[in-house]
Design a binder for this molecule. Structure first.
Ligand code: IPE
Ligand code: IPE
Ligand code: MG
Length: 235
C-alpha cells in the first residue's frame, strides 16, 4: 500500500459523547470533558508517530454556547488551562497550534492565552494541531462572504474565482480534511466544516470520545485506507 496515498494528510475529529460517558458512570458531564482531554493527547501522540500533518478537533460549536452556563464556564476554563499545560509538548514535538472560530465570543483572558500560544508555536513545522473553538460552518462561510464582499467594494474591478473563496475562510492555507471521524454514534455534521468537507471521507464510530484512543484511531485510519476516493471521476 502506498503510504503517501493511504495516510490522510488532515484528520479531523468531532469529539462527541463526553457527557454520556460521564453520566453512565453517575458523574457530572464535565468529568467526561476532563477524560476527553486524555483522548486528545492519545490521538496527538499517535498522529506525530504516524506522520499525520494536520490534526483538528471540534472542541466547541457556536451552538454549544446555549448549554447551561456552568458547563460552558467549565469548558472554557478547561481549554485555557490545557493550552498552557501543553505548550512544552508542542515545542518539544515541533507542533504548530492554531485555534479557529469566532473570537468575539471568547473572554479576553482566553483570547490572550490563544494569541500567546499561536505566536509561540508559529515557527513549528512538523505538524499542525487545530482546535475549532466557538466555530460553526455557517458562521465561517458567512464571515468569509462578508469579507470578500468588502474586498470587492474596495476593488471593484477584481475578478474572484471559487478557489479564492477558500482564502477568506478561517481555514485559509490549511488543506481540506481528508478524513473526519465522529464518535458517540451520532451521524451528522452538526454545522462543522461545511465548505471544507465537500470531499471528506467520514468515519462514524459508536465509541464515546473519552474511550477513543490509539486502537480506535488506528481502526479508523484502516477504514480510510480501504476507501476509494474518486472525486467524481471514473477510475
Ligand atoms: C462533546 O461531548 C463535547 C462538546 C460538544 C463540548 P458532549 O458534551 O456533546 O457529550 P454528549 O453528546 O452530551 O454525550
Ligand atoms: C458537536 O457536538 C460539537 C462538538 C463536538 C464541539 P454536539 O454534541 O454539540 O452536537 P449535537 O448537538 O449532538 O448535534
Ligand atoms: Mg454531544
Amino acid at each position: 500500500m502506498d503510504k503517501a496515498e493511504r495516510l490522510p494528510r488532515h484528520v479531523s475529529f468531532i469529539m462527541d459523547g463526553n457527557g454520556r460517558w460521564a453520566r453512565r458512570r453517575g458523574k457530572e458531564r464535565i468529568y467526561g470533558h476532563y477524560e476527553g482531554v486524555a483522548s486528545v493527547r492519545a490521538v496527538m501522540e499517535a498522529s506525530v508517530e504516524w506522520g499525520v500533518e494536520y490534526v483538528s478537533f471540534f472542541a466547541f460549536s457556536e451552538e454549544n454556547w446555549d448549554r447551561p452556563s456552568e458547563e460552558v464556564a467549565a469548558l472554557m476554563e478547561l481549554m485555557g488551562v490545557m493550552m498552557e499545560k501543553e505548550l512544552p509538548t508542542f515545542m518539544d514535538n515541533d507542533i504548530r497550534f492554531l485555534v479557529l472560530g469566532n473570537r468575539e465570543r471568547l473572554s479576553d483572558s482566553l483570547s490572550a492565552t490563544i494569541d500567546r500560544m499561536m505566536t509561540q508555536t508559529a515557527g513549528n513545522g512538523r505538524m499542525t494541531m487545530i482546535l475549532f473553538l466557538s466555530y460553526s460552518g455557517k458562521w465561517d462561510i458567512f464571515q468569509a462572504a462578508r469579507r470578500m464582499a468588502h474586498d470587492l467594494i474596495e476593488n471593484p474591478g477584481r475578478e474572484l474565482g471559487q478557489g479564492d473563496f477558500d482564502s477568506y475562510l478561517v481555514t485559509a492555507g490549511i488543506p481540506d480534511p481528508d478524513l473526519l471521524i465522529r464518535t458517540s454514534g451520532e451521524k451528522r455534521i452538526s454545522n462543522y466544516m461545511l465548505w471544507q468537507s465537500a470531499y471528506t471521507e467520514f468515519v462514524f464510530t459508536d465509541t464515546l470520545w473519552p474511550d477513543f484512543r490509539r486502537e480506535q484511531y488506528r481502526a479508523a485510519l484502516e477504514e480510510y485506507a480501504s476507501r476509494d476516493r474518486r472525486f467524481g471521476k471514473v477510475k
